[in-house]
Design a protein around this ligand. Structure first.
Ligand SMILES: Cc1cc2nc3c(=O)[nH]c(=O)nc-3n(C[C@H](O)[C@H](O)[C@H](O)COP(=O)(O)OP(=O)(O)OC[C@H]3O[C@@H](n4cnc5c(N)ncnc54)[C@H](O)[C@@H]3O)c2cc1C
Length: 496
């Protein structure tokens, strides 16, 4: 790739903010480098459908490289950003021990948020959150695996209640969707597949410290959702704080001081988010404060104090109490991209960023959802149809839309699931990796061995390599290497 003198924009993250920001710079006279720690763009709102066997991971996480293939001014590099130097205007990223430093003129930070365990990070091993494809596949393995282990246990005459008890912590949209889907699995999808257990006897418990389900949706929709979930067989525990989690279950403390232990092997954490740690890096260099969720306070134009060339968008920002939803990230990223274009074209700055709320929705089960659009409150089949259309529109890529529609037809019409495959690796690989000191980097060769660009060659080694290269060139030129000989004879080239 040739270096250009064009304005360089670095985008951190390939989620909603990163992808939509990059696309909005399609026609700008800039070079865009997207740096993200995964190779895909993830449509997080449908993760729960991967976890419960409705969709495949590819349908909600197409490769970023493929999405941007037609955008000539954009390139994508894989790497976890570990540092941003605002003075030097560089971004440092790492992958498997390889470090890359990328210079920028403008920076768009859209690194999103991770799961928060409210200071109890050790809960994560026993109650995975739902933020990534790894999370969703691990949960799929744990959920379907629990039914398998229950069948095995019941065949041997063991007590399997803890295997048939599923606990979802957090009664926001993700928790509600997850609990609804596990209930549908247990009551409608799997009930004919097992011999020793009756999957319909499963307990699905939804726990939240708040006093209602779906608090941001208001009392009426919360009550409606509560009733629908109970109809599906979900037990709801409100005003209940999870105080401990281990392999075999969890401990819950109620508002009245009562403490209850629930035996459950498959637990899902859907309570609380923590913004990317990059927020702290930026805060330390600018003095911009962080809130309790680690979100950084940005200027009204989404830039950082003293750094008009750095924009932060989406789940990482604390501005006007904006919610952590996809539209905040998308609209913020488009705004930032427009500002970069305006500056290059000598146009005046825009008005401060203003979020346009297009509404919120949550699906409860097939044909049941709740939605808020402006002052409108919609429930039942109507809300479910709206959910279907909105998710189809925003799912990236035509082929993903077509295949998601087919999977939904299978699930919603016949009760079946197309993606029930699970493997041992999906369930245990993360724990195994976490036990290695350097994670996956411990399993690959030292970057220095192969990454010639990073090796400081001493003179002797350099001379040896140059001599070897000269010998190879001589052999090829003399015809002794075969390639040239065969071409000259006009026969097909079969290699050296
Ligand atoms: C399960 C779930 C369900 C949701 N449902 C809805 C919904 O129904 N409707 C709705 O509007 N919103 C929903 N949301 C919220 C919505 O997905 C987020 O608000 C949105 O994704 C935020 O966009 P973002 O660009 O800020 O971050 P993200 O989309 O999370 O993107 C962050 C990107 O940064 C990358 N990244 C992170 N750290 C680094 C690093 N150090 N180096 C390099 N790359 C990094 C990540 O790999 C990712 O590509 C849901 C979220 C979840 C988790």
């Amino acid at each position: 790739m040739t270096a250009t003198t064009r304005h360089k924009v670095v985008v951190i993250g390939s989620g909603f903010g990163g992808l939509f920001g990059t696309k909005a710079l399609r026609r700008a006279d800039v070079d865009v480098t997207v740096i993200a720690k995964t190779t895909h763009h993830l449509f997080q709102p449908l993760l729960y459908q991967v976890a419960t066997g409705i969709l495949s991971e590819g349908e909600i996480a197409p490769p970023t490289r493929e999405i941007l293939a037609g955008q000539d001014n954009a390139r994508v590099i894989l790497g976890e950003v570990t540092d941003v130097d605002l003075q030097a205007r560089t971004v440092t990223s790492q992958v498997l021990g390889r470090e890359t430093v990328t210079h920028y003129d403008s920076l768009l930070v859209a690194a999103g948020a991770g799961q928060s365990y409210f200071g109890n990070d050790h809960f994560a091993e026993f109650a995975p959150g739902m933020k990534s494809i790894d999370d969703a596949l691990e949960l799929r393995g744990r959920i379907f695996g629990a039914f398998e282990m229950a069948e095995l246990g019941a065949t041997r005459g063991d007590d399997v209640e803890h295997l048939l008890t599923f606990v979802v912590v957090g009664a926001g949209p993700t928790g509600v969707e997850m609990a609804g889907q596990i209930a549908e699995l247990a009551h409608r999808t799997l009930n004919r597949d097992f011999r020793a257990i009756d999957t319909r006897s499963s307990r699905i418990i939804l726990i939240d410290a708040a006093g209602q389900v779906l608090p941001p949706f208001g009392e009426r929709l919360g009550a409606k959702t509560h009733a629908e979930l109970e109809k599906l067989g979900v037990e709801i525990m409100l005003g209940a704080m999870v105080t401990d989690v281990d392999e075999r279950g969890l401990e819950v403390k109620f508002k009245d001081g009562r403490i209850e232990r629930i035996s459950s092997v498959a637990k899902i954490w859907a309570a609380g988010v923590q913004a990317s740690p990059l927020g702290r890096t930026l805060s330390e260099q600018t003095g911009a404060p962080l809130d309790r969720a680690g979100r950084i306070a940005v200027n009204p134009d989404l830039t950082l104090p003293g750094h008009p060339e750095v924009f932060v968008v989406g789940d990482m920002i604390a501005l006007d109490n904006l919610p952590g939803v996809a539209q905040v990230a998308i609209q913020g990223a488009k705004y930032a991209a427009k500002e970069i274009r305006n500056r290059l074209e000598g146009k005046p700055p825009q008005e401060p960023f203003k979020y346009f709320d297009k509404g919120s929705m949550a699906i409860i089960s097939r044909f049941r959802a709740v939605a808020m659009v402006g002052k409108l409150r919609i429930t039942g089949v109507m809300a479910w149809l709206m959910w279907l259309v909105v998710h189809l529109v925003y799912l990236t890529g035509f082929k993903n839309r077509v295949s998601a529609l087919m999977r939904w037809a299978v699930t919603f019409v016949s009760n079946d699931r197309s993606e029930r495959t699970t493997t041992e690796q999906q369930i245990f690989a993360r724990t195994a990796l976490a036990r290695l000191r350097g994670g996956a980097a411990d399993l690959v060769s030292d970057p220095g061995e192969y990454d010639a660009g990073r090796v400081e060659l001493d003179d002797t080694r350099r001379q040896e390599l140059e001599a070897a290269a000269a010998r190879e060139a001589q052999l090829t030129d003399s015809g002794a290497r075969g390639v040239r000989t065969e071409v000259e004879r006009g026969s097909s080239v079969s290699g050296a």
